[in-house]
Design a protein around this ligand. Sequence first.
Ligand code: SAM
Ligand code: SF4
Length: 266
Amino acid sequence: MYDRYNRNINYLRISVTDRCNLRCTYCMPVSGIKKLSHNEILTYDEIAGFTREAVKHGVTKVRITGGEPLVRKGIVALVEMLSGIAGITDLSMTTNGVLLANYADDLKAAGLHRVNISLDTTNPEKFASITRNGNVANVIEGIFAAKRAGLLPVKINCVIRVSKEEAAAREVAKFCRRNDLEIRYIKQMDLVSGHFSAVDGGTGGDCMLCNRLRLTSNGKLKPCLFSNVEFDIRELGFERAIQLAVELKPQCGTVNNTGEFYNIGG
Ligand code: SAM
Ligand code: SF4
């Protein structure tokens, strides 16, 4: 699918839940979030049906994200449903890694190709402070389990404030070199003020190259992370929502007043 700026829209990111087992300071408010109700959240049949439609229209890359995708019950079954869709050449997941050691083998067997794991520091105290009480040892176990399971290449997402020379990011880079992991630095963004930038080592943040659509866990299709434009796939139907999102994808991001990274999936 080409949009009006001649961008080939072939990448769908699906947030499967707004919930998370961590509370990263830059992502979720300290008070937690107003959780979506069960009825609001798309079912796995809806997600798979929508993805099938998107693939018919030219999507080849699919990423499962959240919130934390591994906290949604039955996530392995969803991976199996998606990996059965002919035409997806890249099926990946972004996870905080906390539960990954339990799931890596099952995810691989269900047809997941690879994972991106978020890790901003290898220091246990710093990690607990950024995530408001997470245990970095679980994430590191998850990273090794993903490698052993063959969810390759394992990529590490490292959020930085300003520069990749920050102490925490340098530790993570060292850890990645030692363990043969790819690292991508993501500058901390603020959706509401519209402060965003290119991802170092990735393709995000450059509007002219943006090939993405994002599906929120409650069925809003968003053509741009930094925009309030969205189309309700339940109200409009899958095909119409896709057509509108591609037709009206903004040339460049501005602001997103919801500020809800955890529901859009980053
Ligand atoms: N829970 C999973 C995780 O943390 O990997 C998946 C969802 S999370 C919203 C996806 C990515 O967005 C993570 O790599 C996270 O570090 C990043 N992220 C969250 N809030 C951000 C912010 N304010 N600026 C930049 N990246 C952010
Ligand atoms: Fe959870 Fe990921 Fe947001 Fe951290 S960045 S609070 S792990 S959704």
